[in-house]
Design a protein around this ligand. Sequence first.
Ligand code: PMP
Length: 381
Amino acid sequence: VVYLDYNATAPMRPEALEATVSAMQTVGNASSMHHLGRDAATRVDHARRQVADLLNCSPGELIFTSGATEANNLALHAAYARGGYLMTSAVEHPAVLEAARSLTAEQPDALVVLPVDSDGALDLELLSFTLAERDVALVSIMLANNETGVLVDLRPVVEAAHAAGALVHTDATQYVGRLPLDLSELDVDLLSLSAHKFGGPQGVGALFVRRGAALPYRPILVGGGHERGWRAGTLNVAGIVGLGAAAEAAGKRLEHEAVRIGELRDRLEGLLLAKVDDCHINGRRLARLPGVTSVTFPGVPADAVLVAMPHVAASDGSACSSGAPSPSHVLLAMGRSREDADSTIRLSLGYATTEQDIERAAEAVVAGVQHVRTVLAATHA
Ligand code: PMP
């Protein structure tokens, strides 16, 4: 099988797998006072340092969570307690959009969802206008879109938000471990990440909270007061150790991998554009993550194409929340029709993708689309 679904989840990096398994073979609650507990706490401290090094922040600014969904919920939950509006964008992951909708359920006017244009770019003017007009508690804008890979230059967003007294959160789940990020330069207040997108285990992530950010203390999970009270629950030592190891491994090869993966993605897109009539790539005019392509084959249902190429693991538009077939809210927000959204495939590459994978996948997609077109033509005849 050619695995091209890294944006859904990446295979574990060997370093992360080894570190996770070895941590699982030890006993110790990181809160226990005896030496086994202290050993576990030492492993957690080391992992916190590894993640902090990847982001260039301080280890004390990280709260370990069960993943980016929880980190996003925690960020929005705490920030909303400041009072004021929440502002986000129409192409955010459901872990931001649904969290924002649920927090403002009693007061739907307190949520502002910014539109994007047909490339997926944010309306910065509307952002500034809203910041000037309303008392905004938090602006939450992702760094990289999970479906299209479109990147957001957050600097003007941060500048405008801070000038208006709002905090800034970014869902960096698809960005961390794939492109260099320096939190001493990018002045966001809050950032979410998830280990399984860059080679760590599933079910573990972190929320960065900048020291001194005006964030009310408002945990979602209360109990034993772990993570300085921000997230109660026995620490997932093995998961956290795996997250740390993945962060270190990804950090060492970040720039090299980004270039290599970007070249493979461009090759894949070149092959598809050359060999399939009538297909287009979403967000192509903007800067994108190196490892993802979102391709629409108008009139060709994506689920049928996926079934026609069982040896390629890819997704239709909205695999992150999939299970229930609904058209991608990201593509709809970019002005695509429901039919086009349902005719879109996402192929996402990562650190272990090879040139041969790309050749095989391109061949399979071309044949799959051709097959579905032939079947459709026969049934319509
Ligand atoms: N945000 C984005 C942009 C994502 O792509 C994902 C994963 N699909 C999440 C949040 C949720 O991450 P997790 O699986 O760690 O809860």
